[in-house]
Write a protein that binds this ligand. Structure first.
Ligand code: EPZ
Length: 418
């Protein structure tokens, strides 16, 4: 896509309702899971994101046929005809490492490449590789290349940290492995539950997903099915944060309020009125917001690291000070520099960041550094005085489907200029 930018005129409270997109962090492992299934797989509410297109290109490279039209991803798997994922494809998207488990399970040997670091710091996969070795994989690493072979068998596994990707990779490796696999200290994110629900709909036997112990009984084969992807809880948090920061009132439809309780609690601490009912969250904001005293990112059900940048943006003009502690990633404050250029008062010290609320933010030209950092600058632009221009939109387009359309439907003054 030619270099484009978002031009935002701040100061307009967001009002109205939106239906949130399908979850990026669920549909990506579901696309990896398609490697394991015979026949046709249909994923409904599949968001049109660059990461989704990158994953579907990998599936096509492996021998599947993929087509995404109007939110419906159709995949036909008549057999895996290639067992190597080229380095360029692996580097397009960090989470492509979740193709390792299913590809090894399906083909018995495969070659991939280390996904490499990203804007959030190094993205090690030691936990993925250690678990797969315990399941019988022989993994040879050299110059960033992974040559893997072996017939996978069930194992008793203990994760040192509840890694989302490692939990997903292990489940994907275990569903067709011989015997039983138990994952202790598994990640409890809702996306793990969605993956297990999809796999079970294809004939797998996964239980305990969403708790810290996941159990998988290996089966012989999986048959493709039609499955509706869960709603994107971080996209929902993004639009709620934009409503909060602009003093608006927004209803997010078709979402799972239970997946966002740690985030909606912070909005309440900031003085917003937040109601949840069935699959809707309604937020009514009044300015100035009050700073929540403390936000510490934790594995689910703690405060999600992906919402840290969003709530930092919402705190820039809040009365008082908020202390952030980012415990999941090494460097996830890169959005702070441009927020400071807009007039925010943010002090960084390692994994801690303190935001002192200021009276106003001023629009200027800012650059997205990563996906959620870009969303934070978008939120700041909506609540700033004057015009903000946001560039490096490729980061934003990885995880948000038509954000300018969604925001314009809520009354924002925002244009994408190519
Ligand atoms: C997933 O990344 C998400 N990505 C991330 O969302 C999210 O921030 C993260 O989980 C935490 O919730 C997808 O689902 C595609 P982890 P993942 O393995 O699986 C370390 C976004 O904005 N670690 O739980 O990579 C790792 O370095 C993205 O949508 C190891 O040390 O997260 C990190 O510090 C960003 N060794 C921590 O654990 C390993 O083998 C959490 O990583 C694996 C992870």
């Amino acid at each position: 896509m030619a270099e484009s930018k978002l031009v935002i005129e701040g100061g307009h409270p967001l009002r109205g309702e939106l239906t949130v997109q399908g979850a990026k962090n669920s549909v990506l492992p579901l696309l990896s899971a398609a490697v394991l299934c015979d026949g046709d797989i249909v994923l409904e509410r599949c968001p049109a994101l660059s990461d989704v297109y990158a994953a579907s290109r990998i599936l096509t490279h492996l021998g599947c046929r993929c087509r995404l039209t109007q939110g419906r991803m159709e995949i036909r798997n008549t057999g895996i005809t290639c067992t190597e994922i080229p380095e360029t494809m692996m580097h397009e998207m960090r989470s492509s490492i979740t193709f390792l488990g299913p590809l090894l399970s399906r083909s018995g040997s495969c070659t991939l490449y280390l996904p490499g670091g990203c804007e959030l710091g190094p993205r090690p996969i030691d936990m993925h590789l250690h678990a797969l070795r315990q399941m019988g994989a022989e993994i040879h690493e050299s110059h960033g290349m992974l040559q893997v072979q072996g017939r996978l068998r069930g194992a008793e596994l203990h994760l040192p940290f509840p890694s989302v990707g490692a939990t997903e990779n292990i489940i994907l490796a275990a569903v067709l492995a011989r015997g039983q696999t138990r994952i202790h200290n598994a990640a409890r994110e809702p996306e793990i539950r969605d993956l297990a629900d999809f796999l079970n709909a294809c004939g797998a036997r996964v239980s305990g997903a969403g708790t810290d112990t996941v159990f998988v009984q290996g089966v012989d084969r999986l048959q493709g099915c039609t499955y509706r992807v869960m709603p994107d809880r971080i996209a929902a948090a993004t639009y709620l944060a934009a409503a909060a920061a602009t003093g608006g009132s927004v209803c997010v439809q078709d979402c799972c309020p239970g997946d966002l309780t740690a985030v909606t609690e912070v909005f309440r601490q900031m003085g917003c009125r937040v109601y949840s009912h069935e699959n809707r969250i309604y937020l009514q904001s009044s300015l100035p917001l009050h700073a929540a005293p403390y936000i510490r990112t934790m594995p689910h059900p703690g405060f999600p690291t992906d919402a840290q940048a969003l709530l930092m943006a919402a705190h820039c003009k809040a009365r008082g000070s908020c202390m952030f502690e980012e415990t999941i990633f090494d460097s996830r404050y890169r959005h702070a520099d441009d927020l400071i250029r807009m007039g925010a008062d943010i002090r960084l010290s390692g994994r801690a960041a303190v935001v002192h609320g200021v009276q106003r933010l001023s629009g200027t030209t800012v650059h997205a550094t990563d996906l959620r950092g870009g969303a934070a600058l978008l939120i700041a632009g909506l609540s700033a005085e004057g015009i903000t221009e946001l560039t490096e939109l490729s980061h934003l387009d990885r995880g948000y489907e038509n954000p300018e359309h969604v925001l314009r439907s809520l009354g924002a003054k925002i244009e994408r200029i190519t």
